[in-house]
Design a protein around this ligand. Sequence first.
Ligand code: DX5
Ligand code: ZN
Length: 225
Amino acid sequence: MTYRIAPSILSADFARLGEEVKAVIDAGSDWIHFDVMDNHYVPNLTFGPMICSALKPHAKTAAGVVVPIDVHLMISPVDALAASFAEAGADYISFHPDASGHVHRSIQAIKSKGVKAGLVFNPAEPLDVLDWVIDDIDLILIMSVNPGFGGQSFIDSALRKIEDVRKRIDACGKDIRLEVDGGIKTDNIRRVADAGADTFVAGSAIFGKPDYKAVIDAMRLALAA
Ligand code: DX5
Ligand code: ZN
């Protein structure tokens, strides 16, 4: 299993975002997780496509290898802003199915821009929509907190949901990332991986500590155990 660690810049210093992206990439992050909130679908407001576009040139390693920008849309409606994020350099764009009037259309709108598409499931939301669209998507993101804020505690029922999603992905046979978002720390990441996740968002766990590399290394050590 190839594991990926995706630091969420929601917990970064917004006054120094470019430097923060560079620092966390130097510390070994695989992806940059970009939380978009609209004060409508969730009760908080963050950043839009212009910030994504400004950060895009910073999303590469010192050797020049591109680090994917993983855009998590917590917005409604979805399609117009998803298109703007595609133009702004997003590599993955994920949205909440309950935020779109036409889920299949939103997936197609993202993919038509050459961007990978994902679906995000809130803690109390069923997975039924996957019966109809799993073959069309590249990523499934399971929320292990309610969306809107960093620094919340991991909700344990997410583990059962991750197990369910892993079975669905294996049954469909497609290469689909299984990402988990919310309350991921060095001391629970192994349990989340054991449930079947392969990609881990972590905001406060990484940006809340002075040494980003120490946290990411500790996460990788836990995953290798
Ligand atoms: C919450 C966001 C998360 C958040 C996670 O709505 O989707 O990506 O940044 O933060 P932590 O890791 O602090 O729970
Ligand atoms: Zn997120």
